[in-house]
Design a binder for this molecule. Structure first.
Ligand code: H2U
Ligand code: ZN
Length: 345
């Protein structure tokens, strides 16, 4: 197949979200005179008396964080959603134009380790494994509530991505309804499964494995790649080789391999610009709505904002905000940069 035309401006199809992204490969050399960000501060101390997540410290809400030794979970003191609100909805003049309904949910903060100065990139595989067990336990516990149809695990890393604190932590929000992104992915995966009798992401991974061009790193159970339709410059998709829907189906070997690939990927990110790489990442697992989900393959998205250096970020503005997302560096070029960075262990 002749793909030379991919060096010209083109648009790529995202089958998981059912939308297009514009790619402008010729544009990578444009000069930058816009905003640069401060370099991320490094060298955090192992214990910070002012950190609300360090063991033994007081939190903003007045609770004390216990002297935990591995992982630690607590209900977010400023939870965006709450479990105990009464059902209600409005649809003004029944026009379907001004609608609202109660959304119940549970928001928790997930501490990865007592040490303030660690990150997934600097934590050993042995230390990341309990984090994976914690994520699995949260999905199991929260997903079992009849009112919870989705469990979203995520991590904001770095001040540029809105993380409020460098202490290694993530969050979980469990909701009564499917949030927009998983809802879109449910629709596309269901449609594909009905038409092909196999999961979309299983077929996509096989194709990428044959092509190899966008693969960043892999081990016996997991593959990281830059999806063909990536929007963010160094966006990646982490997929299991075996098409499992959620954490509950992972074997202990697959969990250990997940710890290893998370370490390789996050450490690789840090090497791209020799800076702690900011990102938002999260797992998309099958909905916990009590239905079987043979169409769903669990996966993680990494959305890092950096574009060309530790201090130049991509902005989603203008056409991206009003039209379609757009990128300059091709996913193939980004995959090569990330592959080289991840191989340099
Ligand atoms: P982020 O760094 O991803 O923003 O997560 C930190 C969360 O911790 C944030 O949602 C909560 C904030 O509401 N938090 C507490 O629950 N207790 C505190 O004492 C401070 C922050
Ligand atoms: Zn801390």
């Amino acid at each position: 197949m002749d793909t030379l035309w991919l060096q010209s401006p083109h648009r790529r199809w995202n089958p998981l979200k059912s939308e297009w992204v514009i790619v402008s490969p010729h544009r990578t050399q444009r000069p930058w005179q816009g905003q640069t960000e401060d370099r991320a501060a490094s060298e955090a101390p192992p214990f910070d008396p002012a950190c609300y997540l360090c063991p033994g410290n007081l939190r903003a809400g007045g609770e004390q964080t216990p002297a935990y030794e591995s992982t630690y979970v607590f209900t977010n003191d400023f939870a965006a959603l709450k479990p105990d609100v009464n059902e209600a909805s409005i649809d003004i003049e029944e026009a379907g134009l001004v609608r609202a309904e109660i959304e119940r949910g549970i928001c928790r903060v997930l501490c990865f380790h007592p040490r303030h100065d660690l990150t997934l990139a600097t934590m050993s595989r042995e230390l990341i494994l309990p984090v994976i067990e914690m994520w699995a336990a949260q999905v199991k516990e929260l997903g079992a509530y009849s009112e919870i149809r989705y469990v979203q695990i995520f991590e904001n890393r770095g001040a540029m991505m809105g993380a409020s604190n460098p202490h290694p932590h993530g969050q979980v929000w469990a909701t009564q309804h499917l949030p927009n992104e998983p809802l879109a992915e449910l629709g596309t995966q269901k449609t594909y499964f009905a038409e092909h009798q196999r999961p979309l992401l299983e077929a996509y991974l096989e194709l990428e494995n044959r092509q190899q061009e966008r693969i960043v790193a892999s081990n016996a159970s997991w593959i990281v790649l830059v999806p063909f339709w990536a929007v963010w410059p160094f966006e990646t998709l982490l997929l299991p080789r075996r098409p499992v829907p959620s954490f509950g189906e992972l074997s202990s070997e697959e969990k250990a391999d997940l710890a290893e690939i998370l370490h390789v990927l996050t450490a690789g990110y840090n090497r791209v610009f020799e800076t702690p790489f900011p990102y938002s990442m999260g797992f998309h697992v099958a909905p916990t709505d009590g239905e079987p989900h043979p169409e769903w393959v669990m996966h993680a998205h990494f959305y890092p904002p950096l574009l060309r250096s530790a201090t130049i970020r991509k902005f989603m503005v203008g056409f991206e905000l009003l039209g379609s997302p757009q990128r300059d560096i091709t996913p193939e070029a980004a995959a090569e940069v990330l592959r080289r960075a991840s191989e340099r262990q």
